[in-house]
Ligand binder design. Structure first.
Ligand SMILES: Cc1cc2nc3c(=O)[nH]c(=O)nc-3n(C[C@H](O)[C@H](O)[C@H](O)COP(=O)(O)O)c2cc1C
Length: 220
């Protein structure tokens, strides 16, 4: 005899309205580099980080580690790090591409009210190693899942997030003096965006258009 599922085990019915809203959220999620300077309301960042921690992780290892970068000194080091890495990146381009690159705003580090450095702990006790024997990089992938969950939760709350990867990760890790087993996955700026858009800024600036044909999907 098969058991009837109880009402409780069925979970919520998200329904068509929610699905349409979710699609809107995905369309309007943006990488933000232009922030208003006003602070987030008390407790909002903590709430968003709690939602980020609902992300999937290999073996339930929950390897994400968040560092709130708040001191003037630490932020100044991050900005110096970014400016050096950005100047080196610019030097790799020439001609019109270099001119275009130089005009791009690739981080909102000076304006964003919140900075978060996100690390993956490469030696977490949680998870007991499950799922990462052949693919240890799944710890970083899990951390990216948390970043993306944070990105969506932030956008749903009207908060913009900008991902900054134009940084020397070893220098940043040293400057923030974190555990040796932690590897930098992302440096994030958060705050209210100056404007909302449904298309990527890099597309609007003429750097790179979205693929019109959709994602590459093979069959075997
Ligand atoms: C792993 C990763 C690193 C990124 N690093 C940077 C960065 O250093 N500077 C920047 O301006 N944008 C960065 N971005 C944002 C991308 O440029 C952006 O996601 C892309 O242009 C598409 O725009 P959208 O996020 O608004 O859809 C990064 C995004 C990801 C996922």
């Amino acid at each position: 005899m098969t058991e009837k599922p109880s009402i409780l085990s069925m979970g919520p019915d998200f329904g068509a309205d929610f699905q349409a809203k979710l699609e809107e959220l995905l369309v309007w999620r943006r990488d933000v580099r232009h922030f208003r300077r006003d602070a987030l309301p008390e407790g909002l960042l903590e709430r968003l980080l709690g939602l980020a921690a609902l992300a999937p992780s290999v073996g339930l290892s929950q390897p994400w580690r968040f560092v709130r970068v708040i001191s003037v000194e630490s932020r100044a080091r991050v900005i110096e790090n970014f400016e050096a890495a950005n100047a080196e990146a610019l030097a790799d381009y020439s001609g019109d591409r270099a001119a275009l690159y130089a005009r791009l705003k690739l981080a909102g580090l000076r304006e964003a009210p919140e900075h978060l450095a996100v690390f993956a702990d490469l030696a977490p006790e949680a998870g007991q190693g499950l799922g990462r024997r052949t693919m240890p990089e799944t710890l970083q992938y899990s951390t990216v899942c948390a970043v993306h969950t944070l990105w969506l939760a932030a956008r749903a709350a009207g908060v913009g997030l900008g991902w900054v990867s134009i940084l020397d990760p070893q220098r940043l890790t040293r400057d923030l003096a974190v555990d040796e087993a932690w590897r930098l996955v992302a440096y994030l700026c958060l705050g209210y965006p100056e404007a909302e858009h449904d298309d990527p800024e890099l597309q609007r600036q003429g750097w790179q258009a979205r693929a019109e044909a959709g994602p590459v999907v093979l069959t075997r």
